[in-house]
Design a protein around this ligand. Structure first.
Ligand SMILES: Cc1ncc(COP(=O)(O)O)c(C=O)c1O
Length: 432
């Protein structure tokens, strides 16, 4: 460095360049110009320039960014003790008791982990232990996490060396239900694909251990699969002696409004439920819940210990998050505000807007230019909304579906701000 140069003459390294230098290439960021957030409160976020954004996207700060109750619980427990589950501690047991009280179908035991990926990894191994088979089925447009085993189920980037032959993907409901159209016999067609795939796995000698899916098919673009859609699939799975794993990472903890869990809204009884993101309002916690027989099979076949999973600070964060969900009536809020915002978004108009669907506080707005997914249009719309101070994103095979999934304290005034801004951005897109 030239000591004589004043500091201001040194080329400033951007945060993006610094990330690349320190974290390597291809570390994902949202948006064409990544947003540098420095503070959050409730449903609001502020960037380094002081610009305020309405958070219409993030489900991890489930009860609102930096909720004081959760912050205080974390701080108090961190100041007292943080160890791990090899020492006895009440808090993790108190939490599992409260969590499993919210689950039916005999789902009464849990393993605490730090990420949804870990939870799903365990769930796959539980199913293998319980069935002594290895075959796994997922949909062909999904994501369930990033461990070596679970990323076999992801469709975004095929695994190096190809997908393991015991992992098979069936057409996701977004292939079976046309946008804006009723589901019709799509549930039966989905089940037929599952049954056929089970037979293939059995014929190939792998047997069938489990199907893993998200009960609202969130990463699949939240196609309009109605309650009952999986009834025939469940019959096919049961007939084959396999298990159903419900990945509740996205719909869990009241987001659907009508139900605390996505599988209860859909009306099926999973054998294993995994959960994560919203569980501790941003503190890294996830879990896998199972029936005792399934848990026992796992414990007998695998030694499992997770250094950080279920530690006292995490348990405190989980307990406080559950308290807030209950005391602030956030599931009911998701139902009421979800219905209101859906109505407002159904009134949006633009020639490309083909379908507006929602489940509680989770919405998908799908755009087509004629028969072609309006990929670029939707990308531009996301950017235009960010410029207007609204954080949201997109998903779908064609990246033509606007994804809106705000923190749960989203109120009517926020719904109005969002719907008004969306219409303005759509009008600007038409005229621009
Ligand atoms: C449905 C689903 N399952 C699992 C995961 C993985 O969770 P985590 O990132 O906590 O490992 C994700 C993450 O996006 C997800 O969307």
């Amino acid at each position: 460095m030239n000591e004589n140069l004043p500091m201001t003459d040194l080329p400033a390294e951007s945060l993006t360049d610094r990330r690349a230098r320190l974290m390597g290439p291809n570390v994902p960021t949202f948006y064409r110009s990544p947003v540098h957030i420095i503070r959050g409160e409730g449903v609001w976020l502020w960037d380094a320039q002081g610009k305020r954004y309405l958070d219409c996207y993030n489900n991890v700060p489930h009860v609102g960014h930096c909720h004081p109750r959760v912050v205080a619980a974390i701080a108090a427990q961190a100041a007292r003790l943080n160890t791990h589950t090899r020492y006895l501690h009440d808090a993790v047991l108190d939490y599992i008791e409260r969590l499993t009280a919210r689950l039916d179908h005999g789902l009464s035991q849990a393993i605490m982990t730090c990420t949804g990926s870990e939870a799903n990894d365990i769930a796959l191994r539980m199913a293998q232990a319980a069935t002594r088979a290895t075959g796994v089925i997922a949909t062909d447009n999904t994501y369930h996490g990033n461990t070596a085993a679970v990323s076999q189920l992801s469709t975004r980037r095929p695994p190096i060396g190809g997908r393991a032959p015991w992992v098979r993907l069936v057409p996701a409901p977004d292939r079976l239900i046309a946008p804006g159209q009723p589901a019709g016999d799509a549930g039966a067609r989905f089940a037929a694909h599952v049954a056929e795939t089970i037979a293939e796995l059995q014929a190939a000698g792998y047997g069938f251990s489990a199907m893993m899916l998200c009960p609202v098919f969130a990463n699949e673009g939240m196609p309009a699969a109605p309650p009952g859609f999986l009834d025939a699939t469940m019959r096919a799975i049961r007939a084959a002696g396999g298990l159903m794993i419900a990945d509740e990472v996205q719909p869990g903890f009241g987001r659907t409004g009508s139900h605390f869990w996505g599988h209860d809204r859909m009306g099926f009884a999973p054998d294993i439920v995994t959960m994560g993101k919203p569980m501790a309002n941003g503190h890294p916690v996830a879990a896998v819940v199972a029936r005792p027989q399934v848990m026992a099979a796992f414990r007998e076949n695998f030694g499992y210990f997770n250094t950080f999973g279920g530690n006292p600070v995490s348990a405190a964060a989980c307990l406080a998050t559950l308290d807030v969900i209950e005391e602030e009536g956030l599931q009911d809020n998701a139902a009421t505000i979800g219905a209101y915002l859906l109505e407002r978004m159904r009134a949006l108009h633009h020639p490309f807007l083909r379908d507006v669907r929602g489940v509680g506080l989770f919405f998908a707005l799908e755009f087509f230019d004629g028969d072609t997914p309006a990929t670029d249009f939707t990308g531009d719309l996301v950017e235009a909304m960010v410029a207007r101070g609204f954080l949201l994103n997109r998903l779908g095979r064609g990246q033509n579906i606007l994804k809106i999934r705000p923190p749960m304290p989203f109120a009517r005034e926020h719904a109005d701000l969002l719907a008004d801004a969306l219409q303005q951005a759509l009008d600007a897109a038409r005229h621009g």
